[in-house]
Structure formats: structure tokens, C-alpha cells
Design a protein around this ligand. Structure first.
Ligand SMILES: Nc1ncc(C[C@H](C[SeH])C(=O)O)cc1Cl
Ligand SMILES: [Zn+2]
Ligand SMILES: [Zn+2]
Ligand SMILES: [Zn+2]
Length: 305
């Protein structure tokens, strides 16, 4: 059965999505934004008090990289917390009354399923192209943001293969299309990865500072402090290029350049002891502390609507 403190298989997550989406029609609904390469439905959960008019929104995705299992675990945790604390927690209640939160629990479903069934360390999508024996593209190098100029490879066998063209991956195109369609209401983009305990923001494709660098940094530092207040977990905040590595084609840079003012990449626990193989015993503490950071960002966005 599905558990918030286990790394659920895609089958369990898919049935969880259906059941939670039908649990409270005034607060949550689901929509399929397209299928993956292997035909699995990319399903977004829309959280927020039902309204006849469109509300400003936050978009959060998990599981861009298949092996980063703590990431989809967090998106499931976030949805559970939102649903269970609405009406009790004043901030969550206010947030979901005034805004919508779109959650994509697993971005790279084909890759996620492959890590459960075949290769636990797989990172990319599972797309195939004639002419190469190698499979998959790194979705976080496939967005149209300085595409393939740095920190990415044009070798299909590389784990950071940028793809044959920007948005060549159907999963990337499905998400980019959704965000483009809704760009007038999407005020913040959050994408969840692991590991290293970092809170990154644009840019990764250049060392140039973003136009709103100081604000992005201020919010990141506030979010990291909120996270640290629970168990003392230390995060480093900063622009991607200087804080982790220069790399192009990432979703956060693309969303920021589209006009999404607040755009962040989380790199969750740990710092290398377990790495991608974070034990299930750390799912709860990791998700609880990360909730504080995401709620901090959401509160800031809401205050600055
Ligand atoms: N724009 C970006 N933002 C964050 C990162 C770091 C993640 C860490 Se898993 C990656 O390498 O894809 C990479 C890029 Cl290209
Ligand atoms: Zn499994
Ligand atoms: Zn990642
Ligand atoms: Zn990572």
C-alpha cells in the first residue's frame, strides 16, 4: 500500500494521485498534461480553494531525475500536508484560499519506474532515437535556456545529454507548454532534486547575476533559515553556476527567463553519506524541514502578489 514514509513505486503513486484527487473536490483536482515517452500519464495535482476565477499560482515539480527518490517523496508529502492542515494551519489556509499550487509529483515517470525495476542509479528519460544505442536525455539540460552551451553533453551516452534539440523530450515539452499556457498566473516555480542540501536560483547557464539576484538570495536565505530551525540541517543558498556548477538547459533558468519571478531548485538531503540512496527513515525529517522552506517561499510570494 502507499506510504508517505516509503519510496513508492509509480503504480502506487498513480493510484495515490487518483484517490487524493477525489478526496476533497473543493480543494484538490487532477489534470493530465500529456504522456511520457513510454505512455505514462503526467498528472498535475491542483491544490487550492475552488474558485470560478483563475488565481495566482505556484508550480512545483519533483522527480526530474529518476534516481533522486526523496524528491517525489517530498511532493507527495507536500500534498498530504496541504490537504491535512488546510483549515488548521493559518498560513496554509490563507495560501490555498488566495493561490493555487500546481504539483507534478513525478516529472520523469519512465525513468523513475526504471530505477525501481532495473537500474537504481538511472538519471535521464528513457527515450530512444535511431542511430544511437544509448538511451535517454537529461531533462534538466533539455529546457530552452542557454541550451547545451555549458555543463551538458551532446553525446547521447552521457548522463547530461542535452537532447537533439531544446524540448526534444516529450516530458519537457509537456511541462514547458503547461507553464507557458499559464505564465500569466504562475508567480513561482520550484523544482525538487537531490542531493547536496542546496537552495539554488538562476542562473546556472551563466555566471552573470540575475536581474533580481538580491531578492532571490534574500528569499533563499530566509527559506534556508526556516529549514534549519527544525533539525539544524544546513543548506547553502546561491546562484546555480557558482554554488553547484555551470550548466545550461535547466528548468529553473528557463522559467525565470520566461518571467516567473521566483524560481528555485532544491537539492535535498544529504551531503553524500547516502547520497541518492537516502534511507526511508530520513523521509519524514527531510520532508518536514523542507515544508518549512517551501512555505517560507510561498508566504513571501503571496505577500508580494
Ligand atoms: N539550471 C539548473 N539548476 C540546477 C541544476 C542542478 C541539478 C542538480 Se541534480 C542538475 O544537475 O540538474 C542544474 C541546472 Cl542546469
Ligand atoms: Zn519499488
Ligand atoms: Zn537532479
Ligand atoms: Zn542533484
Amino acid at each position: 500500500a502507499h506510504s508517505y514514509t516509503k519510496y513508492n513505486s509509480w503504480d502506487k503513486i498513480q493510484s495515490w494521485i487518483s484517490s487524493i484527487a477525489s478526496s476533497n473536490s473543493n480543494l484538490i483536482s487532477k489534470q493530465v498534461i500529456g504522456n511520457t515517452y513510454e505512455g505514462r500519464p503526467m498528472t498535475i495535482l491542483k491544490l487550492g480553494r475552488k474558485s470560478s476565477s483563475r488565481k495566482p499560482a505556484i508550480f512545483m515539480d519533483c522527480g526530474i531525475h529518476a534516481r533522486e527518490w526523496i524528491s517525489p517523496a517530498f511532493c507527495q508529502w507536500f500534498v498530504k500536508e496541504a490537504m491535512s492542515t488546510y483549515g488548521q494551519d493559518s498560513q496554509m489556509t490563507s495560501l490555498l484560499n488566495e493561490m493555487d499550487v500546481f504539483v507534478l509529483p513525478v516529472f520523469n515517470i519512465d525513468g523513475y519506474d526504471y530505477t525501481h525495476k532495473s537500474n537504481r542509479m538511472w538519471r535521464k528519460t528513457r527515450s530512444r532515437k535511431s542511430g544511437s544505442s544509448c538511451i535517454g536525455t537529461d531533462p534538466n539540460r533539455n529546457f530552452n535556456a542557454g541550451w547545451c552551451t555549458t555543463g551538458a553533453s551532446s553525446n547521447p551516452c552521457s548522463d547530461t545529454f542535452c537532447g537533439y534539440s531544446p524540448e526534444s523530450e516529450i516530458e519537457v515539452k509537456n511541462v514547458a507548454d503547461f507553464i507557458r499556457r499559464n505564465k500569466s498566473i504562475i508567480k513561482a516555480y520550484i523544482t525538487v532534486h537531490s542531493y547536496s542540501q542546496l537552495l539554488l536560483f538562476p542562473y546556472s547557464y551563466t555566471f552573470e547575476l540575475a536581474a533580481t539576484h538580491s531578492e532571490l538570495l534574500k528569499v533563499a536565505e530566509g527559506a534556508s533559515a526556516a529549514l534549519r530551525s527544525l533539525y539544524g540541517t544546513r543548506y547553502t543558498s546561491g546562484p546555480g553556476a557558482a554554488t553547484i556548477y555551470p550548466a545550461a538547459g535547466g528548468s529553473d533558468d528557463w522559467a525565470y527567463d520566461l518571467g516567473v519571478k521566483y524560481s528555485y531548485t532544491f537539492e535535498l538531503r544529504d551531503t553524500g553519506r547516502y547520497g541518492f540512496l537516502l534511507p526511508e527513515s530520513q523521509i519524514k525529517p527531510t520532508c518536514e524541514e523542507t515544508m518549512l522552506a517551501v512555505k517560507y517561499i510561498a508566504a513571501y510570494v503571496q505577500k508580494n502578489l
